[in-house]
Write a protein that binds this ligand. Structure first.
Ligand SMILES: NC(=O)c1ccc[n+]([C@@H]2O[C@H](COP(=O)([O-])OP(=O)(O)OC[C@H]3O[C@@H](n4cnc5c(N)ncnc54)[C@H](OP(=O)(O)O)[C@@H]3O)[C@@H](O)[C@H]2O)c1
Length: 322
């Protein structure tokens, strides 16, 4: 791991704790799952491809086979480009998991060609933000019963590059820019985490902390769409020019792990991190009125209706009663 990279040095164990990580069959998410597993957690891998997720699970188990006191890994289907899939996943988890102590909203798509999710939202905004918004609010009643709990949302320093356009979040009126749409979805990640903390406070809910973060510039599959939205060979060129300076996925997972487990940030909430320290997000990612507006618009877009995640009763675990 590079010397100047932030590293989570906490030895905290997660025995008896349950963690959910979205989009974790590869990259930063997979490393996050491995770390939680090593710490003894039950980790639920929320992935769109069960085959890829099972392969990642086998690889993690193989790498950790000689370690003592590892936890458990469970693979579940969750396609964040479908709100229906998110609802199905949340229902399954609420039916079977007595507690959720850590939720990591990690999955992400970057600079993909213009497209829509199953529900008609711009792909990056819909996948990176709206699906995580819905997942979090659906699980919140159970998380409220699992304190202390942490909700970590993986954003990017690229949130600072462009703005958020509340008049046209889904690119129905303006021409599409893959880079701008990624940036907008990552601003949404920061604002969401900030507003979630504010609303938890408003409702007097203690013991749930929220964090958003930039993982660094990490060598993963995140650039997979680059050739389609810039020029042919862009991915290869970037890998040659910037590749040597990119960090490993293990290094890229450190700030996520820090936010999820480290004692040092246990009293912090609603903040943005990079290299395991608090950083000030760009102005678009720190405006309270933006965060509030995004929350209200997101609730409408995912059709929350009368459901209030801060007061709704925990539906209870079905298998416990059987
Ligand atoms: N790498 C970097 O330099 C960097 C920098 C800043 C921020 N980030 C953020 O870090 C997070 C992790 O990215 P990464 O670098 O590890 O990229 P990655 O290797 O491409 O991993 C992304 C993960 O998200 C999953 N995913 C994508 N769309 C999904 C969907 N619709 N439903 C469920 N899962 C989905 C992917 O699954 P499939 O394999 O099935 O597609 C994959 O497991 C992202 O939020 C990204 O924006 C990364």
């Amino acid at each position: 791991m590079p010397l100047l990279s932030g590293k989570c040095r906490s030895k905290a164990r997660l025995t008896g704790k349950t963690a959910i990580v979205t989009g974790c069959n590869t990259g930063i998410g997979k490393e996050t799952v491995m770390d939680f597993y090593k710490r003894g957690a039950k980790v639920i891998m929320a992935c769109r491809s069960l085959d890829k997720a099972e392969a990642a699970k086998s690889d993690i188990k193989m790498k950790c086979k000689d370690l003592p006191d590892t936890g458990n890994i469970v693979v579940e289907k969750c396609d964040l480009s479908s709100l229906n899939s998110v609802r199905e996943f949340a229902k399954k988890v609420l039916d079977t998991e007595p507690q959720i102590n850590i939720l990591v909203n990690n999955a992400g798509v970057m600079m993909c060609p213009k497209g829509e999710t199953e529900d008609g939202f711009e792909t990056q905004f819909g996948t990176n933000h709206l699906a995580h918004f819905l997942l979090t609010v659906l699980l919140l009643p159970r998380i409220r019963n699992s304190t202390p709990a942490r909700i970590v949302t993986v954003s990017s320093a690229l949130h600072a590059r462009y703005g958020i356009n509340f008049d046209d979040l889904n690119y129905k009126k303006r021409s599409y820019s893959a880079a701008e749409a990624y940036s907008q979805s990552k601003i949404a990640n920061v604002l969401f985490s900030q507003e979630l903390a504010a609303r938890l406070k408003e409702y007097g809910i203690q013991g749930i902390n929220t964090y958003s973060l930039h993982p660094g510039v990490i060598k993963t599959e995140i650039l997979r769409n680059l050739d389609d939205t810039t020029f042919w060979g862009a991915r290869k060129t970037l890998n040659i020019l910037v590749g040597p300076f990119m960090k490993s996925p293990e290094s890229g997972a450190q700030t996520t792990i820090y936010c999820a487990v480290d004692e040092k940030c246990a009293a912090e909430t609603g903040l943005y991190y990079s290299d395991c320290v608090v950083k000030r997000p760009a102005s678009n990612g720190s405006k309270k009125e933006y965060a509030k507006k995004l929350w209200e618009m997101s609730a409408e877009m995912v059709k929350l209706g009368d459901y209030n995640p801060f007061t709704a009763n925990d539906p209870g675990v079905k298998t416990l009663g059987q």
